[in-house]
Design a protein around this ligand. Sequence first.
Ligand code: ADP
Ligand code: ZN
Length: 441
Amino acid sequence: MKRTDQYWDASVEALSRSQLDQLQLRKLKQVLDRVQSSVLYGPRLKEAGLSSAGLSAIEDIRRIPFTTKADLRSQYPFGLVCVPKDRLVRLHVSSGTTGQATAVLYTRGDVDRWADLLARCMYMTGARPGHTFQNLTGYGMFTGGLGFHYGSERLGLLTIPSGAGNSKRQIQLMRDFGTNILHIIPSYALRLMDVLGEMGMDPKHDLELKIAYLGAEPYSEEVRRRVEDFYGIKVYNSYGLSEMNGPGVAFECPFQSGMHIWEDAYLVEIVDPETLEPVEDGTFGELVLTTLDREAMPILRYRTRDVTRILPGDCPCGRVHRRLDRIRGRSDDMFIIKGVNIFPIQVEHVLMNIPEVGNNYVIVLRRENDIDEMLVRVEVTQELFVEDMRHLHRVRKEIVRNLKNELLVTPAVELVEPNSLPKSEGKAVRLLDQRTPRKGG
Ligand code: ADP
Ligand code: ZN
């Protein structure tokens, strides 16, 4: 551990590439030893003839199969644990966005190293003791709550565990305690903008915010800009998933150009989702991760389903930990309409570039007379809503045109009042697929 002005822990953040490679190889060997007793991995290693002694390069890991969500489910609840039960101190489950939940268990050391990773992330963006940090994400089973909480206390920030929801109270806390740093889900950051507006507050003058960490769901560069401009802050992208501890897997540095994935703790691969072969840096594919530090529940080659790419080139901050591009979404978020593959985030990118568009939207897929249709329901700003019909009509046409140019599909667009679309407490639901299976197949 080596603290400097720039680095929370220079002994891992300031390594050269070859040092980092060596560290990974050493840790991967330990992982292979640790999973010998695993009911899932023991037999898989044997079959591949892979052991720590025989591991000569990181790439050898490709000899063992991927781990899927189905594997994790089949081992629920304790199947993947590699330590005696009396060493377990924490359980989280994934929020179950895509079906049955999976369990993740931690030893004291795991919880400790995870806290340290989050402290590292926050320190990197300028968080320092003396700052007040407000954590506006759900606590409990969702890893965003306790994960950031422990990291923030580790770093020495005054930590407000305000949890999700109750917007007026959130804002009151921000004001009373001079909150400087937020952790918040993007859709909630947008919603709070409306609440602040209703309260007649301008965060730039009435609050002391400096930084926000936005993550847990996909969002566009346009949303980042909106949030930065409205609150007068810097927004940093934060990525993680329960299966890999939770947040703290990858995080943006002050250059805001991709998220450094902490390669001393995670081994990263990007594969073509069809062929499952590795793709070149710069090419989009599915993110595959291996834990290098976890004791209780090591996971090898986990298919995250998240679609992203490695950004080629060096980061000006000097860290050699490679950078992930913004996550486009999960491969299962992608929908197909009229033969075109679309991620909801592409729709958001178009909408949020139009100033009259408000802070919430939803995409509805319907089937009428056997024809698929895409309807985008968009909240508009209060100002536009009180304008005359002609202006509304013009904006609607502009949205249709821009969406068509981006997606090559012409959607129906419906403009609705601010604050009228359904809100969710946790991750936003951006897509409602109401298509029923076609008759006869
Ligand atoms: P669940 O899988 O049930 O949603 P998690 O809380 O573990 O539960 O969610 C992790 C997932 O959230 C990631 O796999 C990814 O799809 C999404 N996610 C997390 N952070 C980001 C981010 N910064 N950008 C886009 N998506 C993200
Ligand atoms: Zn950097």
